[in-house]
Ligand binder design. Structure first.
Ligand code: HEC
Length: 134
């Protein structure tokens, strides 16, 4: 019983310390060097000020023609633009990235295994340092 009380008191003390760090959001990460994850508060709009909101850029890269292009455009844009493929340096081996998308980010729920194989073949055929043309 005494141990439990000490534990509860300890947890409350930790909670108080965390709650007192300005700008800290309670979660499962460390804050890192002070100031790196903090953003300045937005400047309050003055009286009579106007705010203009424009459309977000909708640029999507044109992928290289070839077998599997439609699969890539269909499946790989479920979560993000296919521009992710072209805006990074070409990869010699796309398998680790495919595995990351499929397993870590959960794309295996949406992309059937045979389509994933064809996508990998397409990326190897068009987006390695040797095969990338544009
Ligand atoms: C289930 C959602 C999902 C799908 C489907 C998906 N991705 Fe991603 N992808 C992500 C996330 C999340 C990131 C990381 C985004 C970030 O860091 O801003 C990412 C990032 C990337 C990156 C940037 C480099 C990197 O390694 O993080 C590439 C390249 C990429 N994806 C390629 C693909 C390809 C090719 C496909 C199609 C097979 C695909 N993605 C399908 C979720 C997905």
């Amino acid at each position: 019983m005494k141990r439990i009380l000490i534990l509860v008191a300890l947890l409350m003390a930790v909670g108080l310390v965390v709650a007192e760090v300005p700008g800290a959001v309670i979660g499962q990460w460390t804050q890192g060097p002070l100031g790196t994850i903090l953003q300045p508060a937005p400047v309050a709009a003055g009286e009579g000020s106007t705010i203009k909101i424009g459309p977000l850029p909708m640029y999507t890269a044109e992928l290289a023609d070839g077998e599997g292009k439609e699969l890539v455009m269909g499946y790989c844009s479920i979560c993000h633009s296919v521009t992710y493929i072209t805006m990074q340096p070409p990869l010699a081996n796309w398998k680790p990235t495919m595995d990351k998308m499929m397993k870590t980010f959960g794309a295996e729920k949406f992309i059937p295994p045979d389509a994933a194989e064809k996508i990998l073949a397409y990326l190897q055929a068009h987006y390695t340092p040797q095969t990338r043309k544009q």
